[in-house]
Design a protein. Sequence first.
Length: 573
Amino acid sequence: MVRPSRLWERRVLGALFPRQNRSGVGAARSSSTRAARLPRMEYQDAVCALNTLQTNASALEQVRRERGNPQLQLQAMKAFLQRSGLEVEDLDCLNIIHVTGTKGKGSTCAFTEQILRNYGFRTGFYSSPHLVQVRERIRINGQPISKELFTKYFWQVYGRLDETKDAHGGTMPAYFRFLTILAFHVFLQEKVDLAVIEVGIGGAYDCTNIIRKPWVCGVSSLGIDHTSILGDTMEKIAWQKGGIFKPGVPAFTVKQPEGPMAVLMERAREIGCPLSVCPDLEEYQVEAHPLHLGLAGQHQHSNASLALQLSQSWLQRRCFPGHLFLLPPLENGRTSQATAFQLSPFMVKGVKDTEWPGRTQTLFHGPITYYLDGAHTTRSMLACVRWFREAAAQQEHAAGVPAVRVLLFNATGERDCAALLKILVPCYFDFAVFCPNITEAMASSSADQQNFNVTLEGVLTRCLDNQNSWKNLTGQEVEPSSGLLIPGSLPLVAGQRRTETLVFPCILSALRWITQGRDPVLDGPGQSSAPIPASVVAKAEPLREAAAIHVLITGSLHLVGGVLKHLEPSTAA
């Protein structure tokens, strides 16, 4: 949480890019060579340098200017791309599948990438956010690029941008813009056969939308999110999402509410994009029934159907170029109904083998079962609750014993936490635990998970607000907090269960209290957490005596990522 010192930054950048050589394009062309001669610059050095772009003053000023004229966002992105040594035309070679949406776009991309990888294609996959390490955002053949490749390509791109910044008012791209440019650079250098690109926010003015000629576009389920940027109605949000449509490029969407669907149809008509609505998953023909998905939850069915249509369209256009019948015509602005088809063995295996950590993911650690889902919108939280209640009930039935239920929650940004928590109340948790997205004691936090755009006081205050919201929702009396560390509350009946609420200063402290020493993976070397007061320890007797503990971790993908860092240490290696 503490920003790297300016002295450190000057030392790193001074070693890589001496001031006398920062004189423009000519120097930029030699930056990758210079970086290659500095073996001491390692992965964590690259991540720390990347993190400086989170609060880069010129980048923040640029964002403020662009908010008044969104078109400037794409112009700025193109300029940064050129400074990195690439042209927009270069991206045409990536055979891109471009996917947007409010809920499920990441899962859709994961299904799509797995299907096409099963056909033997070399795939690139760009997504956000990352859970544990930033290199997860850029994948080759389903795997995050190695630390060595990330470091190599990072300094190549960073060097070119840094050495040209003096000629461009000292500007550097902000964090997400930089990673998008880096992903394009990696995919071109690694010569992927196709790239699945997930939109960051919105679509029309998202920095990924400098893509000129995708092969096919997709829109997953729409909902309300990022209202300060995209608008406060689903229709306004749909307009933004439809901005990724391109003339003559087929696009597919899942079933949407009437208003947003009408906007997507109008956007498709204006742009000249053939738009089709995906059929229900049950309509596809498969030789072996039933079709099994690697991602749990009923809501994944529409994501899988969208992925199947995207994959089929990409395969048809790739293998049979020029077949115009593959592009359904626009009929007076109407969408057409996409046709269900016989699934190939590669497709069946693809949707079955898909893994997408942190989304409807279940981990079994002895008597403790962790249910992880980064739901952070109303619709995604509703889907999360349906999944959790069904999965937890099945697990309790199989084990033959009731489980103590624990909620571990946090939310960030502009999220309406009270609305999300209200959806969770009917799950009847015995404990509601709140903590910030800080993995452990501050000195030990990984650079991959640092966020310089928030303060420690701010994130802890938000946890206390969430605790009070939970108390209000469950009829508990809200008492003034005596501090920012681990306030508790008196138990009160919620439904058939008594709910205890607590706030912890970091994820590891919360997990250790919840598990009460019953998950040895949390006691590994090098992990530090704040001491837990005796009064709070005393509240945990039901956890120590329980035959089983079910823990739902939700509200933020960053929270889920911090939990995975501790539960699966290999993800941070």
